[in-house]
Design a protein around this ligand. Structure first.
Ligand code: SF4
Length: 471
């Protein structure tokens, strides 16, 4: 089968991508592509925003390549663009099957089926997509035959058929590495800078199930690691092919598996692999010794979700960390001299404005290299979504606004607009500190941070401050 997989056109215009100047490789599509290629299918990936492909050009590419099936991926804020692409595909050829996967449609599959999507692939997509394509190759687009495939939703006549969940892939090493050869690897950017880097995912899932985060609900409420050898093999291969040693681990909680971490560092030693990497961590799964070990093997930055200054809120969202531990770990990071990013969420339903201010003040006390503030966003499929829904808190149903940079719900004691203002207040208070600006100047990053602020953040803040003041 000829399978065209695509990131839909137009998402580069969305707020999230404009603000961050972000073009990141679609690792999920590349993994599915690798599994399909291994099974003998002919696959092409179009990463539309990265390749500068608009909807018209995309459809011309579809016509020219003439695939048997098109697969689209989308997140909640990019879902309308994916539906637009699906509609345009159907206008070109109503019989060309459109399949869609990703966290949004995994939970909002009926919405997808009413928007020109023929089949939704729920959750981990590799084997579900492979079985679907193999079945279509044998019998054509015959939904009756899709009933045996776990992890799908499709229509049979007027009936919506949701097949049972597919169990998670136990041994991730059995997957081939993502098909990076199908991606425009030299075109990815951050803050609009063409930085050559390789995204790698060493694990999937998370056991914590925090109420605002879709990781546990999409990948499963447990963590599955690849072997350290397989990850190191992939990195070695990619470093040689793409001539960069910058690795970004996309894992949410890279340091959760202590044994994996030390085995991976041993693999780097044995291969004399000189890389720079950053990874996500938790304050309760790392100690100073691990930080030192990571740093000495090229780790330049650690990302920690602290989320709140209130232990009660941390307990309510299921994060299962303590504030004392966060203080200790951020102190270690400073002693070890490793860049560390703290993530903080404002606007959980039960919070007050003072609670949000306390979180910003706590961030300033922790003083990470960079702080990321977001507003609590009820992503479909998360417990926060169901809580917000049942309490009628959601005021903005435009999925494009579900970026965590824009408030879409009110709380019990604050309005949506107040949550939005608090987000701007947080950034201004954190990054407006003289001590922070001097630190950036001393470390030679003042230019970079100022141009990022000038190019992206300031216009965005201004826009939102103006909106917040009713203009
Ligand atoms: S926020 Fe982190 S710890 Fe919580 S569920 Fe998501 S990935 Fe897991």
């Amino acid at each position: 089968m000829k399978v065209l997989l695509a990131v839909p056109p137009g998402i580069e215009k969305l707020e999230l991508y404009r603000v961050l100047g972000l073009k990141a490789p679609p690792l999920g599509l590349a993994w599915i592509a690798a599994v399909l290629e291994r099974a003998g299918h002919k696959v092409r990936i179009i990463d539309s925003p990265t390749e500068g492909i608009d909807l018209k050009t995309f459809i011309n590419e579809v016509k020219a390549w003439n695939p048997d099936v098109v697969g689209l991926t989308a997140l909640t804020p990019t879902i309308y663009k994916a539906y637009e692409a699906a509609k345009a595909i159907k206008e070109y050829d109503k019989d060309l099957p459109v399949i869609m996967g990703g966290p949004h449609v995994t939970f909002m599959y009926e919405e997808a089926l009413s928007n020109n999507v023929d089949v939704v692939v729920r959750g981990e997509g590799e084997y579900t997509t492979l079985e679907l394509i193999n079945t279509m190759e044998k019998v054509g687009f015959e939904p009756e035959h899709f009933k045996q495939i776990r992890g799908l939703v499709f229509k049979l006549g007027d009936q919506v058929i949701r097949t049972p969940d597919r169990p998670p892939i136990r041994n991730l090493d059995e997957l081939p590495w993502p098909a990076r050869h199908l991606l425009p690897m030299d075109k990815y950017t951050l803050f609009n800078k063409p930085i050559k880097f390789i995204h790698v995912m060493a694990s999937r899932g998370c056991p914590y199930g925090c109420t605002f985060c879709s990781t546990s609900y999409f990948w499963g409420r447990m963590i599955r690691y690849r072997s350290a050898k397989d990850v190191a093999d992939e990195i070695e291969d990619a470093v040689n092919k793409y001539k960069t040693n910058i690795i970004v681990f996309t894992d949410d909680e890279f340091t959760l598996g202590k044994r994996f971490v030390y085995e991976f560092l041993r693999e780097l030693d044995e291969r004399k692999l000189d890389i720079n990497f950053s990874c996500g961590s938790r304050v309760d799964t790392i100690d100073k010794e691990m930080m030192l070990a990571l740093k000495s093997h090229g780790c330049t930055a650690l990302y920690f979700g602290v989320e709140s200054a209130s232990q009660d809120t941390i307990n309510r969202i299921g994060k299962k960390i303590s504030l004392e531990r966060a203080v200790k770990v951020f102190q270690w990071a400073k002693e070890v001299k490793i860049d560390h990013v703290g993530s903080f969420v404002l606007g959980f339903p039960w919070e007050t404005i003072d609670d949000m201010k306390a979180t910003v003040k706590f961030a300033i006390k922790l003083n990470p290299t960079y702080a990321q503030f977001t507003v609590a966003t009820p992503y479909p499929g998360t417990p926060l979504y169901y809580e917000a829904l049942s309490n009628n808190l959601i005021e903005d149903w435009n999925w494009e606004h579900y970026t965590t940079l824009r408030a879409v719900m009110r709380g019990f004691k604050f309005t949506k607009e107040q949550a939005q203002k608090m987000l701007s207040w947080a950034y201004v208070h954190y990054y407006g500190r003289l001590s922070f600006l001097i630190h950036e100047l001393v470390h030679g990053r003042f230019g970079t941070i100022m141009s990022a602020i000038k190019n992206s953040l300031v216009p965005w803040f201004m826009e939102h401050l103006l909106r917040g003041s009713g203009e």
